[in-house]
Structures are given as structure tokens and as C-alpha cells.
Ligand binder design. Structure first.
Ligand SMILES: [Zn+2]
Ligand SMILES: [Zn+2]
Length: 490
């Protein structure tokens, strides 16, 4: 992003309005109104920097003392976005943008459009005023290493000077009429902000409908590379025709900063859970990546009619070995990572155990009734297909085979940790009788991906009241309600 031009512009705003009022209606459309910067303002007197050679991004910090953050900053922008992190719709990004006279200029590094005061962006409890927007080719942010053709940056500031930027990537596609006002009036040469009479632009029409974003704390992507910029990188690209993209690239085809190290930062993703505000009823609203949670037709868990007959069910064979106890609280459940080499085989298909974890109460229900808990053993085959073996846990006898897990439940969210000297063996935990209800379902947690082969054991396993109570002190409500069976059969 680029901030140059915005500060002196605030002072010039009044004169623009006057020019617009006096001349807008009568002036011929082809005759632009040029607003010169006030001479004492340092618009073009900054140390020169650019995008290649001695003045390129690698050398920005050496060009001026004030640019030190460009090399020393540890929260710099842009970054490469790991797209396996779901972009979030929460808190909602709410632009309040309106139609504005087009005031555009070429500052030597990008084409920038000034936005009149009063338009704002609200995200949760924060609100900023729009200052300007501009473009980069290629995109500055990359996504699993891949760049888009263009990226638009809408720069906002609040009264205290805090900055927020909305990043919107642009990909080749249909002609984008909402960009015509800008892309038909791109100044080829260095220029001062110029109002193009009779031409307006409306940022609200430029943005995609889907405003889910990756959010992180970063910096200006141009000198002085100042940090504490609240970045919102939209996950949905907008389209522009090759002609439109080419029009910009004909002026600037290399005005992007390379991606910077993430360092200690994390891109803020979706925070789903089991509370009303982030729970199963709204998972599908939290991120476009969670659409299956809302609209999927083969979702899990389901209610099972216990009397249902399954005469043709193939035999479930397990070949589970002991595994060192590597356990963690992932914020949604307590999970045990399983060593490689343990297998589930059903009807000629084979999967390998990845991990197992627990829900309280059970997720599947029997005749509409929950069991106290449910254990899920998650498997994957060579093609990436998932199979889950579900076992109800009812209150009964103390279960010594589960005790290594229950005696080491991590109360706080954290990374997988080896508990020295502790082994666990799933084949001892499971009942002797492995007959099961089988159906095609989904993950019971976001992203609710379908195509999961479910096997829910008919015989529950037991745990003592105190074992169950212990788990419930960590998670006592981490189950998804049952989903419609729709056209599926057990
Ligand atoms: Zn920018
Ligand atoms: Zn589960």
C-alpha cells in the first residue's frame, strides 16, 4: 500500500469541492480539473524509491533513516497467506462507501484514487475513514505462493492515525464495469491529483459480495514500512478483463513488494466452537470454507434407530498397535495422535489410524438419546479418503485402557505433547463385538467435509463416572447436534 499523497490531500479537499461545485456541471468532460499540491508540502521531495535496482525493495532501508523498518521490522507486509487457514466473516467487514467524483493520479509508483471524506469501514468495534485506494501488479499478497495479476489496496485511517487496509485481489475474467471509471482514466505520466469531470467511482460496487478475509497485523508495503497496520485481505477475488488488467500493466507491471517473513505472527482465522455465537448453528456463516456445514446434504452426526437391521454389513477388522501417548487439547477436544501403521479394514477398503478424540455428550444419538460420551478414531486411506470409527462411552466400569488418556487430559489448548512412559492401545479400548451401523457422512466439525465413511459401533465401551466427569471438566459440551439423514441409508 501507498500512503503518499493522502496527507496533503486532506488540506486540498476543500478546494476540490469548490472546483467541483463551480465547474462540474458546465465543464466539458474531456477537460480535467488539475489540483496542484501546495508548494510547501513534501509530496515529491521524499527520497526516491522504487521497485527495482538500487532503489528497489531490498534497498529501501538504506535510502533513508526513516525507512529502517523496511529491513528491521518484524511485522512487515505483504505476506504469503496459507490458504489452509479459513478466511473469516467474523467480525463482519462493513464498508460504508458511496459514489465519489473520480480524483486520480500517477504518483510514479502506482495509480491512486483519492476518496472524499465521510466514507468509512467498520470491522467489529473499529471504524476507520477511507483515505485512498491504489493498485499493484502483481498482487503483493500471495496465496500458497501464487500471486494474482493485480491487488487493490483501500487505505483507511482513524482520527488517531491508526491504519487499516482492505486488500482485494483481481484475476482475469469478465469485463468489470465497476472499474471502468478508473481503468479508462489511468494517467500514464507522473501527475497531481486530478478530478475527472463527470466521472464518478463507487468502491461499494467494486468489492466482491463475499467479504470474508484473512486478517493480520502488518505494515505499509512501501517506505517507510510503518507497522501496526490492520490488514484485511479478502479471500474472494474480483474479476477484470485482460484488456483492463493490461491497461494498468501498461503503466506499472512490477510495482509490488515481495512477501515478508511472518515471524511470530499468525493470520487470524475462524474461531469456531460450541457456544451460541460460534457454535454448530452458525458454523456455515463463519467462513465460506465452511459452506458444507450449512448446505451439505450428507452431514454427521445422525440419529440412529437402534432396531434398524444391518444384515449385509461387512465385517470390521482392526489391526491397531500400541502407540506412545502424544496428546493435546486443540481447543475443541482432547486428541491423541497415533503412530503410523495401525489399520482399519472394511469390505476390501483399508484406512490407517491418524488420531482419536472425544466428544461429550455423544454426537450420534440412539433413538434420539445421547450417550455420555463418544470416541472417534479417524482414519485416512492412500487416496486421502476418511473413515471414522465411532464408539459410544457409557457410564459403567472404570476403564483401565482409557486411563492413560484420562489421567493426562490437557486442560489448556496447546501443541501435541509426548507423555513419557505412557502407551495406549485402541484395540484394548474397543469392545470385542465390532458390529456397526455404517453410513456416508461428514466431519462433525468445520469444515464439515463430506465423503467420510462412518462406522458407529453398536456395543458401547464403558468408563467410570469419575473418568467421564474428569473429561467433562475440560469439555462438557463439544458435540454437534444430529443432522438430517436426507436420502441416505444406514
Ligand atoms: Zn498498496
Ligand atoms: Zn469427532
Amino acid at each position: 500500500m501507498e500512503l503518499i499523497g493522502s496527507y496533503w490531500w486532506k488540506g486540498a479537499a476543500l478546494s476540490v469541492l469548490l472546483v467541483g461545485c463551480d465547474n462540474g456541471a458546465n465543464r466539458a468532460a474531456e477537460e480535467p480539473v488539475v489540483i496542484a499540491p501546495e508548494p510547501e508540502e513534501p509530496v515529491l521531495s521524499e527520497p526516491d524509491w522504487g521497485y527495482s535496482g538500487d532503489i528497489g525493495p531490498e534497498n529501501w532501508a538504506s535510502l533513508d533513516e526513516g525507512y529502517a523498518a523496511c529491513s528491521q521490522g518484524v511485522e512487515q507486509s505483504p505476506i504469503d497467506v496459507d490458504v489452509s487457514t479459513p478466511p473469516s466473516r467474523v467480525p463482519a467487514i462493513t464498508p460504508d462507501y458511496s459514489e465519489t467524483p473520480l480524483v486520480i493520479f500517477n504518483n510514479g509508483r502506482t495509480i491512486e484514487v483519492e476518496v472524499h471524506e465521510g466514507d468509512s469501514l467498520t470491522v467489529g468495534d473499529n471504524q476507520w475513514d477511507v483515505v485512498q485506494f491504489h493498485f499493484h501488479a502483481n498482487s503483493e499478497h500471495t496465496f500458497d505462493g501464487a500471486a494474482y495479476d493485480l491487488e487493490m489496496h483501500v487505505v483507511h485511517a482513524d482520527e488517531a492515525g491508526n491504519l487499516a487496509v482492505l486488500g482485494v485481489v483481481i484475476e482475469p475474467g469478465d469485463h468489470n464495469a465497476s472499474l471502468d471509471a478508473i481503468f479508462n482514466n489511468l494517467p500514464r505520466e507522473l501527475s497531481s491529483p486530478t478530478q475527472i469531470t463527470g466521472v464518478t467511482v463507487n468502491l461499494a460496487e467494486v468489492l466482491p459480495e463475499e467479504l470474508a478475509a484473512w486478517r493480520y497485523s502488518g505494515s505499509l508495503t512501501t517506505p517507510p514500512c510503518s507497522e501496526d497496520v490492520a490488514w484485511h485481505v479478502l479471500s474472494t477475488p474480483i474479476e477484470a478483463s485482460l484488456e483492463q488488467i493490461g491497461a494498468f500493466e501498461g503503466i506499472f507491471d512490477d510495482n509490488y513488494r515481495p512477501t515478508q517473513a511472518l515471524n511470530e505472527r499468525e493470520v487470524d482465522g475462524v474461531h469456531w466452537g460450541y457456544e451460541p455465537a460460534n457454535g454448530p448453528d452458525v458454523w456455515g456463516d463463519l467462513s465460506p470454507y465452511y459452506e458444507s456445514c450449512r448446505s451439505g446434504q450428507e452431514q454427521s452426526p445422525i440419529d440412529i434407530a437402534s432396531m434398524i437391521d444391518t444384515p449385509l454389513a461387512p465385517v470390521i477388522e482392526i489391526d491397531y498397535g500400541s502407540t506412545p501417548l502424544v496428546i493435546f487439547n486443540n481447543g475443541h477436544t482432547v486428541e491423541v495422535e497415533h503412530e503410523e501403521g495401525s489399520r482399519l479394514a472394511v469390505g476390501g477398503n483399508e484406512w490407517e489410524v491418524l488420531q482419536f478424540h472425544f466428544h461429550a455428550a455423544s454426537e450420534h444419538t440412539l433413538d434420539a438419546s445421547n450417550e455420555r460420551m463418544e470416541m472417534h478414531i479417524v482414519h485416512r486411506n492412500a487416496d486421502g479418503g476418511l473413515a471414522v470409527l465411532g464408539a459410544f462411552i457409557e457410564e459403567g466400569m472404570f476403564n483401565p485402557d482409557l486411563e492413560p488418556v484420562f489421567a493426562n487430559l490437557p486442560r489448556e489448548e496447546g501443541d501435541p505433547t509426548l507423555v513419557a512412559g505412557q502407551m495406549v492401545n485402541l484395540s484394548w479400548i474397543l469392545p470385542m463385538d465390532l458390529s456397526a451401523w455404517r453410513y456416508n457422512g461428514s466431519l462433525t466439525t468445520p469444515p464439515c467435509t463430506e465423503g467420510v465413511r462412518w462406522h458407529v459401533l453398536k456395543t458401547p465401551i464403558q468408563a467410570s463416572a469419575s473418568q467421564i466427569a474428569l473429561f467433562e471438566t475440560v469439555f462438557d459440551n463439544n458435540y454437534r447436534p444430529t443432522q438430517a439423514l436426507n436420502d441416505r441409508m444406514l
